[in-house]
Design a protein around this ligand. Structure first.
Ligand SMILES: Cc1ncc(COP(=O)(O)O)c(C=O)c1O
Length: 427
């Protein structure tokens, strides 16, 4: 559990790398502003370094052209830059081949791709899908839609849920029972909770799921940006992540899947680029990965993501994670010491750089509004995890989250702001 209020706060982090030097490479954190910015909402979206902005700008200003089509020089340069980004992303997450990297708009689209292309062609009436109570809506709603669609036509699909413990961890003791009847065809689990920060034991979950004959999808939206990840070591079949949380631009995400699974899957969306041959009577699909990339793709965004993974690689993902951890260790006791603050989530050693909390007697939206007056940016609401909040018995929470550019002063500003919030609301 988090440290009890009043326990001695951890000292300021001994920096694993120089977060101040990192900040100097992020224009939004570097440029002078009327009011200081204490950005504590990296779980919603991360800030972008010069290297990413410059890579996108370079594409638009030197070789803007559509890819895989033109035979002229800048079209070939654009294609090379786009495919090079795919290779960098593949290397970053330890994919077996760049062909296993499918570019999507975001994690949500990556999960929907699995729901439409794989699940709708693979599942049969009576099959079941196991999810957890701590999923983001993007790993719940696509399965609700599938279940509703199938149930409406009389071919029922069952959704089952791994419950959470009061400490905000998955209660894996029930997993064997959930898998026991052999009807589960997919186990789809978030790696790091965007609310609780919990790091789930996905390797063990994948092991049990595979032993029961199920495929495994991991929503790695909050883990790939912060932890060293080798997709093949997770034991998953599908891994979804999103560029804008990992220092890249919005509009680009990734589905990684094992090649033989992708080969066997039908396409998701139809249109240009994903075909090998089209006749009026029908079409043949392109090879991987382009079979799943219909229409003009977000070219500049993929190139920006390539630059983001280079940047993260240069920092070192071990160092990024250690930095997040140190800031979390710094934040937890300081927040816990504020009267009325209730921290959510497990003990430090089982969590990433996300700290959600409530302040007694003050709605999280009001907390965030008062904090904003001091330039402290936190998220407030249900964080796209309504069932999780319902389970925890709170309608909403406030959330602070870190990345490589976060510094102890951000946490100090949050703590000052929370004392001020208590004062404003007389709580
Ligand atoms: C755990 C988790 N899954 C999925 C998503 C969805 O990401 P995107 O909106 O980029 O698709 C988020 C975004 O907050 C998330 O935190």
């Amino acid at each position: 559990m988090v440290p009890a209020p009043g326990s001695a706060p951890a000292p300021a982090p001994a920096r694993t790398f120089d977060a101040r030097a990192v900040r100097a490479q992020f224009p939004i954190l570097r440029e002078p502003r009327e009011q200081p910015l204490f950005y504590l909402d990296s779980a919603a979206t991360s800030q972008k370094p010069d290297a990413v902005l410059q890579a996108m700008d370079r594409y638009y200003s030197t070789c803007n052209a559509n890819i895989h089509r033109g035979v002229y020089a800048i079209a070939e340069q654009a294609t090379a830059a786009y495919e090079d980004a795919r290779r960098r992303v593949a290397a970053f997450v330890g994919a077996g081949s760049p062909r296993e990297i499918i570019f999507t708009r975001n994690s949500t689209e990556a999960i929907n791709l699995v729901a439409y292309a794989w699940a709708r062609s693979t599942l049969r009436a009576g099959d079941a899908i196991v999810l957890t109570e701590m999923e983001h809506h993007s790993n719940l709603v696509p399965w609700h839609m599938l279940a509703e669609e199938w149930n409406a036509r009389g071919t029922a699909i069952e959704l089952r849920f791994i419950p959470i413990t009061p400490q905000g961890e998955l209660d894996l003791s029930v997993l064997p029972a959930l898998l026991a009847d052999g009807r589960v065809k997919l186990v789809s689990v978030v790696h790091v909770s965007n609310v609780l920060g919990t790091i789930n034991p996905v390797v063990e979950i994948a092991r049990q799921a595979h032993a029961a004959g199920a495929r495994v999808l991991i929503d790695a939206s909050q883990s790939v940006p912060h932890l060293p990840i080798e997709v093949r070591e997770l034991g998953a079949d599908f891994v979804a992540f999103t560029g804008h949380k990992m220092l890249g631009p919005t509009g680009i995400g990734v589905l990684w899947a094992r090649r033989e699974i992708l080969e066997a899957m039908p396409p998701f969306m139809g249109g240009g680029e994903m075909i090998r041959e089209v006749k009026l009577s029908g079409s043949k699909w392109n090879e991987l990965p382009w079979k799943f990339e219909a229409g003009t793709m977000p070219i500049a965004e993929a190139i920006g993501l390539g630059a983001a993974v280079d940047y993260l690689t240069a920092l070192g993902m071990d160092a990024v994670f250690a930095h997040d951890r140190e800031l979390t260790a710094y934040a937890l006791p300081r927040l816990a010491a504020i009267p009325g603050v209730r921290l959510m989530g497990p003990a430090l050693e089982r969590r990433a750089g996300v700290v959600a909390f409530t302040l007694e007697g003050v709605h999280p939206h009001d907390v965030a509004t008062v904090l904003d007056r001091d330039g402290v940016a936190v998220r407030a609401g249900h964080h796209c995890a309504m069932p999780l909040h319902e389970k925890l018995g709170v309608p909403a929470s406030a959330r602070a989250s870190f990345h490589c550019y976060s510094v102890p002063e951000d946490v100090d500003a949050l703590v000052r702001g929370l004392h001020r919030t208590r004062h404003v609301f007389g709580s």
